[in-house]
Design a protein around this ligand. Structure first.
Ligand code: ADP
Ligand code: MG
Length: 484
């Protein structure tokens, strides 16, 4: 309760995250579960609920759910049942959604979440269950008609529900970032929020600081970006505190966030909510997850992001903040490790990946980096061996290599004529000539104006076409000036 941004009140947040699974086909039908497509092209008689059709469970969806549960340390339900959640809506052809009301496939568990100050918070989970998505209603403004696209109907979703333990908008954002990273590591979802693969409902309440009883919660529906989740929570906390301070009690209700106004607005109160008349789905038999099945799923789990962060700090000696950046995606982490098989300069490699490599990726909007790991390692070694300086390597040699990744870094350095001069006998005469040409500056330096050093260095670099080893040149300059 120490992270309390609202004075005498403290916020309590629970998130419900919908994760669209990256299976080929739908949860109970063979039609494509891919995002997009021309409207009503990924459909079948099952999806459209033609009479007499029956659902058939997609086992990959169960495996993906179990993977997520194992990664989060959940208890895995060995007997799984499905339920019907009944409600009427035009984008729901069956008139009910098949979900797991009573027996979520994953119970409990937790996700370690790293905050901006590099501390970790363990966010406890209530459950993760499987359910099918609904279709999409498209409201065409002008003619006030509603079009229906059933491509999404029946696509498998995981619903991940946290305990009410999140304390701030920042933590909520960090949680979602970690979820996105995890589903991508596990390859169970593309995690793209802009395509709706990750959607979030945020439950928000406030209570007096130190209170043992949670306040009445408001649910903010269907947030589709991490930024909006954070903005919506911040604005909702502010609204609730204002009400409580004015002596007005909070209504349990469902609200909607409007990014334009930055405010939440009421959608419906809890009392108006449907009675979903849940009952066991009679057309699906229970699914047993056997010991064998469970251990074969377990054997496919990759190293998890937070485990990788820890190993990177231990094995490569990089700081936590760097390890977090390097493990941002599995591909970047794999690339870093491959570079490190070709060079022992782990720290330098980490700086290269977070600096010039990341800059290139950002500029070119490319996930992959075009240089083979061995070539980048070769370039890093050139810098480490003092043969070229970092700036020249990053700004001149690297672009050449990207144009032609088959060339050797040394070859490019030689052709560009940027190999550093590390021969004292060659640098000394240049230094002497600079000091002879600027006697007044030498006097200033001797009088204590040490800043002149930069000017001398600039001159030395100019006269050596940037090829003098800066460290050696600085040392020599200092020594020569002492003797003046
Ligand atoms: P409901 O039955 O209204 O759907 P649940 O108990 O299933 O409520 O919880 C739904 C979500 O709301 C969970 O993420 C939970 O952590 C969160 N939640 C429950 N109570 C509160 C509260 N008082 N304040 C904030 N979040 C809460
Ligand atoms: Mg609920």
């Amino acid at each position: 309760m120490s992270r309390n941004p609202t004075g005498p009140y403290t916020a309590v947040i629970g998130l419900e995250v919908h994760i669209q699974l990256a299976t080929n086909s739908k949860l109970f039908a063979a039609d494509s579960a891919a995002f997009g497509g021309e409207p009503n092209t990924h459909i079948s008689v099952v999806t459209l609920a033609h009479p007499g059709t029956l659902p058939k469970l997609n086992r990959t969806a169960i495996e993906f759910a179990v993977k997520m549960g194992l990664a989060c340390g959940c208890e895995i339900s060995r007997e799984n049942f499905f339920d019907r959640k009944n409600y009427f809506y035009p984008d729901l052809p069956k008139g009910y959604q098949i979900t797991q009301h009573r027996t979520p496939v994953c119970k409990g568990g937790a996700l370690p979440v790293r905050l901006a100050d590099a501390t970790t918070r363990i966010i406890r989970l209530n459950r993760i269950h499987l359910e099918e998505d609904a279709g999409k209603s498209i409201h065409e403004g002008a003619q006030s008609v509603t079009l229906l696209d059933f491509n999404r109907a029946g696509v498998p979703l995981l619903e991940m529900v946290t305990e009410p333990v999140i304390q701030s908008a920042e933590e909520a954002g960090a949680f979602l970032t970690e979820v996105r990273k995890l589903v991508r590591y596990l390859k169970i979802s593309d995690g793209n929020m802009e395509e709706g693969s990750l959607r979030c409902d945020a439950n928000v309440s406030v209570m007096p600081l130190g209170s043992a009883r949670l306040g009445k919660k408001v649910e903010i529906k269907n947030l589709n970006s991490i930024k909006f989740v954070q903005q919506a929570i911040t604005s909702e906390i502010r609204r609730q505190v204002t009400f409580l301070e004015a002596g007005v009690s909070i209504k349990s209700e469902t609200r909607q966030y409007d990014p334009t106004s930055g405010k939440t607005a009421a959608m419906r109160t809890k009392e108006e909510l449907n009675d979903y008349r849940y009952f066991p789905e009679p057309d699906l038999s229970p699914v047993s997850i056997t010991e064998n099945w469970l251990s074969s799923i377990k054997s496919t789990l990759p190293e998890l992001p937070w485990q990788r962060v820890e190993r990177f700090t231990n094995h490569y000696g990089v700081p936590v903040s760097a390890a977090v950046v390097l493990t941002e995606t599995k591909e970047t982490a794999d690339y870093y490790e491959e570079v490190c098989t070709h060079t022992g300069a782990f720290k330098a490699a980490s700086n290269w990946l977070m600096g010039p490599v990341k800059a290139y990726q950002n500029e070119n909007r490319e996930a992959a980096f075009p240089l083979p790991a061995s070539v980048l390692a070769g370039l890093i070694e050139l810098v480490e061996a003092n043969q070229v300086n970092f700036t020249v390597a990053a700004q001149r040699i690297l672009p050449e290599l990207i144009k032609n990744p088959l060339r050797s870094p040394l070859d490019v350095a030689q052709q560009l004529n940027v190999i550093q001069e590390t021969d004292t006998g060659k640098i000394l005469p240049v230094i002497e000539s600079v000091l002879t040409d600027y006697p007044a500056k030498v006097t200033e330096y001797k009088k204590g104006k040490k800043g002149i050093m930069a000017m001398f260095m600039g001159e030395v670099m100019k006269r050596t076409q940037g090829k003098a080893d800066p460290k050696m040149a600085t040392e020599l300059l200092r020594k020569q000036l002492e003797n003046k």
